[in-house]
Design a protein around this ligand. Sequence first.
Ligand code: AMP
Ligand code: ZN
Length: 445
Amino acid sequence: MPAPREAAIENRLWSLDEAMPRSDLRALQARRLRETVERAARVPHYRDALLKAGVTPGDIRSPGDVRRLPFTTKEDLRANYPFGMLAVPRSDLARVHCSSGTTGRPTVVGYTAEDLETWANLCARFLVAGGLKPEHMVHVAFGYGLFTGGFGLHYGIEKVGASIVPASSGNTERQIMLIRDFQSDALICTPSYALNIAEVAREGGLDPRQLSLKIGHFGAEPWTEEMRNEIEMQMGLYAFNNYGLSEVMGPGISGECFRRDGMHVQEDHFLVECLDPETLEPVSPGSNGEVVITNLTKQAMPVLRYRTRDICALDDNPCACGRTGIRMGRIFGRTDDMLIIRGVNVFPSQVEEALLKVEGAAPHYMIEVDRPGALDEMTVRVEMKAAQFSDMISQVQALRERIQRAIYGITGLHANVELVKPQTLERFTGKARHVNDKRKDKRRP
Ligand code: AMP
Ligand code: ZN
């Protein structure tokens, strides 16, 4: 993990449970895990899976017994579309959301009124850990709708008692006008959209550092420390990382404290494992692996050992903030995001890390992978910063070589680097897309 980058904010807890002694936490986890298995056993899918695994709720005596439970995948949720995974009657649902980024049938998730209350409190915890106060005005530029980001954060902010500007996504000029005129203190969106806002503000003649924003809570997509530096430099705020996924609940699974040295997992509500995605055995402490999450308190639709496909490392060293939840490092990438180029595994986040180390490269890029002949080729299209663009051709060539070297240094691959004019690559209002793998279109069905 990179060195902590402490933010100068007060260290406050939303709930004392965040600092529960680990021995109490483990006892609570064991009890809640057993209750969850009882609830899950009402779902035909889990009744069968538990029977096959030969486990009953009574077998669950410690958090480690999670390893006896069956895994759940996105395919299981799709196969039970729309409400086959509910552990409560449909009439008990208070809200439904869907997972993003899928084609065809969405993955549906349901919440009871109690689940919504829990969720709001969990979002409040990480917002407060990252400096949110009741007197703040918060601009939410996450989409409001089936996506869990908008509504999830909305009710967390409401819990904290801050005021909300539910701007939702789109119309960036208008968002900037509102942030400026309302003097908002906090911004909530994807990290890529934060940069988009900064850029559009500058185009309109407004230095985003002159806005009143003090903190930003960003998540919903992978981003790097280099990206955090860039956002903080451009916007003059403290940027915090938070993580979640709709299948398990939405945002609120983990988030950073003022030390910003990993995201504290809310372990009284989620049991998190870090497994080798091939063997499904735990990785050695501190190593990267796939995050697998079991709900501990979800009523409507608990999931057992959900395979998130997200890759990161867990850190169980105590944190100076007093929270006792283990910390998740940055999500390095997703197992389904990983590109294999000439046999070398590459995550888009590594390319981002490399190019943002190079002065003159803007944080806008697109990785294109193709196999024109026998061998894979990776082309990284990178925008130049406006200042560099007006410079001499020879300097542009030098910039290209620096980026190539940086990518080689981190991935071990020679990439074609194409520098493009500022403002030429697509911008996103939600989750950014950074990869176009043309080899996929060429594969036979
Ligand atoms: P969704 O379908 O909208 O629930 O998306 C959840 C996915 O977004 C997760 O499985 C991650 O791949 C990604 N994600 C969410 N938060 C973060 C984060 N802080 N860093 C990296 N990826 C994230
Ligand atoms: Zn901490």
